[in-house]
Unconditional design. Sequence first.
Lengths: 386, 142
Amino acid sequence: MSLSRKIAVAGVYEHPTRFAPDKSMYQIMAESVRGALDDCGLSIKDVDGLLTAGMGMGPMGIVGFCDYLNLTPNYLDGTNIGGSSFVAHTAHAAAAIHAGLCNVAVVVYGSTAASSRFAIGTGGGHGGGDPCDQYEFPFGPTTVGAYAMIAQRHMHDYGTTPEQLAEIAVTMRLHASMNPVAKYRDPITVEDVLASRVISSPLHLLDCCIISDGGGALVITSAERARDLKKKPAYLLGAGETVRHAARGQRDFLEIAAAQSGRLAFERAGVTHKDIDMAMIYDSFTITVLSTLENLGFCKRGEGGPFVSGGRLRFDGALPINTDGGGLSSNHPGMRGMFLVIEAVKQLRGECGPRQVKNCKIALVHGTGGALGTRHSGATLILTNQ
Amino acid sequence: MPQQKEQRAYRKPLPHIDEENRPWWEATQRHELYIQKCRDCGDLRFHPRALCTSCLSSRTEWVRCKGGGKIYTFTVTYQNQAAGFRESLPYVMAWVELDEGVKMLTNIVDCPPEQVKIGMPVEAVFDDVTPEVTLVKFRPAR
């Protein structure tokens, strides 16, 4: 990719809140922008590109946010492809900067999903306006149900077990125990996951991400400019994005967007799987992690169960993932892709304290938006500190 | 008796029927299930739409399905806060692969949830949920 190593994530900020009934979504977004600019030493006057998406914003929400912060950027991208949006925004911002459309882009997200009591995973059935919705919503699909159908098929085809999925949740909780701002920090066991109630078979409560408030922001600029700023830059090596859906009724549901976006990101980055020191994988549900790792090519299709077992995904394992505790334990304010990028950058900087991955030089980020079992987007980034 | 009236009202979401999809929904009211086939390239598609997604041809043949299929995957839903569904927990949602070769999202009915299995042969049943809308669900083949 012609922009490899030419663009960098220069500043990041994860809003520490997990429950903010006293704040508006826009306030969380604005505080996150301030945090990310402070992180790299730039000012709001330097920002000439803005990228955002949200669940609580209107169709022109990005314009409303510019009004809120009195911004008049030269580049706007309000792409909303679900929780992966901010992962895709990072690549879009890089392309815009590389093309000369802006110089300093901010990607921002904020949400009061928890304090607004928004049932993200189990509030299904509201209906929707797209043609495909008319053949799905009458039957009661929930977000968790759509993912559960992927888990059910994977178990049927490959003998994947509930215990293997549970280990993913246990590992995320271990990581959360080392993250002071994570929402749930008390250790859990495989038995705890299996004993939690079934929400949508075969997924238990503890196979599901939590619901929190939260927000975050990224500052993206040219590698040249980033080198003069406060923090060590995280350079973009490669990126990819795409979607999967019912494919006119002919889809193989175990093949997900990550297969395509991951292949593109690896090709464009010019690295291979063994070069990846840690990965941030959207963990809306335990099955999301297993399916994504398979489709990204870290293991063969069907081998995800054994692959995620035996501590491989721990911060001190062979492929550390979601060292912040992920959506399963740290935070999930509706659209989590933002935090995948933030933690990957912090790992590349060596800022992660007890959960720091040793000698972390190359990180992969994969965001999923929507539902694997109906339709979803996938966006992959590969970042490096070299 | 307003309370009784509320219980009888159908509270789950209903499809938006427009000029493009009306023939399909009218067929379900006659208890007939159709998929579409492109008259130019032969590609099958569901849900119905005006153009072939493989060659963009508008020349469409409606193919009547026999109603048989197999469960491709499913989930038993124990939690859904949405009106209509929260009163009918647990329910089974599934992708059924029709014998004609396309998958459709549906509910499995007339079967205890714990007996539902992937690969199970099923047959279409037509649920007249309102005077205007009939939903295609599936039950174990008899």
